[in-house]
Design a protein around this ligand. Structure first.
Ligand code: NDP
Length: 419
């Protein structure tokens, strides 16, 4: 029996909400609170009569700590699931600290205004010290560790698919298959087709910022940064087929590099079609991916936010998207002195997801683990004072829950490795 406050009501949140409502023995009550309350009310109306979970809704601006505190104090949840945007991570963590309530999210903190001089000074120092230039990193949230310990509350960071499931796969591989893992290749393949010339599968602003940034990987104790999309490989994905994939910086590399003893290399690859890449390059060349405000006809606009308004809403891609995703990790290492390789992955079918929850597989593969992370915190299995990444807990209950809640996984021994 628990009461969960869910912040955000976009693509990922809508799946997480429905999964909580399927799991009403654990989530007896939920509140959906977001910037646009009408979306929360629509979600509640869709679910009423189909679930035993009691649903309430509220309007909240999650950029404002005081508003969040007032909402948490009035609803008294056992935990807060942040499925808004990475921009709100710190304000929601501040409110959880003030109210002594557990916190779960799916993406690490990113600054909305990357021109802010205070943020930029810290960012540039970090770029020099750590050697990667992504706008997002864990330092901001790891800095809450002592305060969460002292308050006796848990923050579970990155409980989506990647980060999230890929990090739990790593903990599972280490627990059951290896004495030491030496390399991890995280492969994120979307073999889906939505029929548009160009659209992003989740929040366009977050997605485009991620893929237009330099790539980087972890090797021999340091970051190696490379030009965007400059490392390309081809892989034959089970149930999807041959795809081109490109090396990206990705947030779980940072935490896995700290949490996997003896790790030598961690890389992340994502598949992209040529049309997506051509559109993105063109948008970038003309300045449409800019995050700094510009003046247009007497008012300030942020180019990437304007672009977001033009692109299809990812939440509407569900009915159009056909095909499958395959996301997983290839691990190499040693067990009992013998070298071995395994591949753990999940295949998810866009249309099956749409039939079940009205969303495509990208939202589904993130929303299900968000619910599972929240479940393990509220049922006590993963409750421990402090700030943690998912790979720091026992992976077994999470892996069981993935099979139970719609993301079954496969362990393949001796897979083809990536060059
Ligand atoms: P969407 O843009 O679809 O949804 C974001 C939601 O947050 C919207 O409901 C939006 O409200 C709400 N929101 C935004 N700002 C505020 C605010 N200030 N106060 C209150 N609510 C706010 O994003 P997605 O659902 O695609 O992504 C959600 C999260 O999931 C992101 O953090 C993303 O990075 C993460 N993610 C993680 C993945 C993983 O595998 N780990 C994969 C994919 C996504 P409104 O409706 O008014 O716009």
């Amino acid at each position: 029996m628990s009461r969960l406050l869910i912040i955000g009501c976009g693509g990922v949140a809508q799946v997480a909400i429905q999964k909580c409502c399927q799991n009403s023995e654990v989530f007896t009550e939920i509140m959906i609170a977001s910037r646009t309350k009408s979306k929360c009310d629509e979600m509640k109306a869709r679910l009423e009569g189909k679930t035993n979970t009691l649903i309430e809704t509220a309007q909240v601006d999650a950029d404002k700590v005081e508003e969040l505190i007032a909402l948490i104090q009035s609803y008294q949840p056992d935990a807060v699931l942040n499925v808004a945007l990475p921009y709100q991570d710190l304000t929601i963590m501040d409110a959880c600290l003030a109210c002594k309530v557990d916190y779960i999210d799916t993406a690490n903190y990113e600054a909305e205004d990357t021109e802010d001089p205070v943020w930029r000074a810290i960012y540039e120092k970090r770029c020099k010290e750590l050697g990667f230039s992504a706008y997002f990193d864990y330092s901001w949230q790891w800095a809450y560790r002592e305060r969460f310990e002292e308050a006796g509350i848990t923050a579970l960071l990155g409980s989506g698919f990647d980060p999230g499931v890929t990090s739990v796969y790593t903990a599972y591989a280490l627990k059951h298959y290896f004495d030491e893992i030496h390399t991890i290749d995280i492969l994120d393949c979307n073999g889906g087709d939505h029929g548009y010339a160009f659209a992003t599968n989740f929040n366009p602003e977050i997605n485009l910022r991620e893929v237009s940034a330099p790539g980087s990987y972890w090797e021999d104790g340091r970051w190696v940064e490379v030009a965007p999309m400059s490392i390309k490989r081809t892989y034959d994905f089970p149930e999807v087929g041959m795809k081109d994939m490109y090396l990206l910086h990705h947030e779980e590399i940072e935490s896995l590099a700290k949490n996997v003893p003896g790790i030598k290399r961690i890389r992340f690859f994502m598949t992209f079609g040529q049309s997506y890449l051509d559109h993105m390059r063109c948008l970038e060349d003309v300045g449409m991916l800019g995050t700094a405000p510009i003046m247009f006809e007497g008012r300030e606009i942020v180019p990437i936010q304007f672009l977001k308004a033009l692109l299809p809403d990812p939440a509407t891609l569900g009915p159009r998207t056909v095909g499958k995703t395959n996301i997983g990790c290839i691990f190499t290492g040693v067990k009992d002195g013998v070298e071995k390789t395994i591949y753990i992955y999940n295949v998810c079918d866009h249309q099956e997801c749409y039939k079940e929850v009205g969303s495509q597989a990208i939202s589904y593969t993130t929303g299900v683990p968000a619910m599972i992370g929240a479940m393990l915190v509220v049922n006590g299995a993963w409750k421990k004072p402090g700030v943690f990444n998912v790979e720091e807990f026992d992976p077994d209950p999470y892996m069981d829950a993935l099979n139970q809640w719609g993301l079954p996984w496969v362990v393949c021994e001796n897979p083809k490795v990536v060059e």
